[in-house]
Design a protein around this ligand. Sequence first.
Ligand SMILES: Nc1nc2c(ncn2[C@@H]2O[C@H](COP(=O)(O)OP(=O)(O)OP(=O)(O)O)[C@@H](O)[C@H]2O)c(=O)[nH]1
Ligand SMILES: [Mg+2]
Length: 478
Amino acid sequence: MSDSILSDLNPLRIVSRIADGISDTVTDMRDAIAGDHLVIGLTGLSGNGKTTFLTSLAHFLTNDWRSLVGFPPVREGRFLGAVRCEQTDSDMPAFRLDEAEGALFGTPPRWPAPTKDISELTLELRSRAEKSLFSFSDTRSLRVDFIDYPGEWLMDLPLLSESYREWSEGYLALIRSDPRLSSTAEPWLSRARLLEAGAEADRQALRQLAADFTEWLLMLKNELGCSHIQPGRFIMPGEFHDSPLLEFIPWAGEMPPDPSDLPESSFWRVMEHHYSGYVSKVVSRFYEKCFSRIDRQVVLVDCLKALEEGPACYRDIGTSLDSITRNFSYGAGSFLMRLFSRRIDRVLFAAAKCDTVPPDQHGSLRTLLRNTVEKASDGVSYSAPSVETQYLTISSAQCTRLGVLGSGKSERQVLCGTENGKAFHLSGIVVPESLPDGEEYAEWKDSFRFLRPDLPEEGGIRQIRIDQALGFLLDGFL
Ligand SMILES: Nc1nc2c(ncn2[C@@H]2O[C@H](COP(=O)(O)OP(=O)(O)OP(=O)(O)O)[C@@H](O)[C@H]2O)c(=O)[nH]1
Ligand SMILES: [Mg+2]
């Protein structure tokens, strides 16, 4: 086996290459920037509201910041506004703010289009320093890069330390343990079992197997509502759409006792080579170029959508959050401690779309989110004492309002809005503080109404607690 292939396959070498790459990248970027600079990562599974959040946040900061009264610099009369500026990493795709803002704040308003890749937006924020309320000269400016990236990519962290054999064994064990996976995997798995490790790799067959495996992953996501899906790029490829780096599957045939004896063109060796290419050129490149820059992180979670899909899907969200939070856990001797010299010091978990439940249920929604994050993996995974964590319920574009129905003793508060053009007035909506199971779930679901409200056509778009989110994320900088 050649030395370069050997080094590609050695996870420890990969880690050390990433660490070298990270320190170079971070130093280069920091050196190029004068003044205060903060990088905020924004993630969440697809459809959880990332683009809408960043569009709304940027719109309010640059156009309507006086309404952000929950943001301390605004409340204290110190904020001087924000402007867009040239993004810091010119290699990164730009966040398409003009398009998204034109949609969300247009007439009539529309939801921004879904996005499939990472993107960056840079804003410059100005405020007067706290100590010099009466001096206009003492202004502070803060450059903030927002990086919006799919949460699906964070599921790939374990791959950085797993060999192809370890990853395959773990994957097959997972399929056996979950009936949703074992009952649907046969179409590709039955053919994968027949592969002979030492046989000459047929590239066409391999490509077809990878395509069938990907189709299965997409079916798990789109039809069964599964969210903990790996490898993340198979469902959210970004720039690696159609790349041969995504042509591998978990090895389901007989494991070769010593793969290094096999010819380089054998099925096993080709598959292993693609796997290690994926790890070093796709996964580690993301950590190197993007993740390593992040100082503070927002994780958006659509708890209500997951509840609607049922207990199994909701538990899956717990597993996904467990995988996501492992990226921010820096316990002694942890993998990430070895990887990064800088660390994320604040993480905001935000339950998105809280406007779809009445304000008196926002507290329960927040508790539900907190329980889900903290109880992921029996509460053992998220122990990051050096990371300050906040939980909020937010809405980037409030689609509902509170109204009153009836009069006198029969008067009650209702949540109003329209859905597909039809008006609704809802009362008695109760959000559970933890996942109801079995019959309890069925009973609760019968009494709950999941909403997909229309954007309000009149009165403008308002936000809920985006200003508080900003307060937490920018604390200490403005
Ligand atoms: N009611 C309500 N719905 C929202 C809100 N934010 C987002 N949505 C809904 O969620 C959908 C997805 O929002 P996006 O911002 O595109 O989510 P995303 O995470 O960027 O999704 P991808 O780009 O597909 O990964 C929107 O089209 C809306 O239907 C909100 O504050 N309130
Ligand atoms: Mg998006």
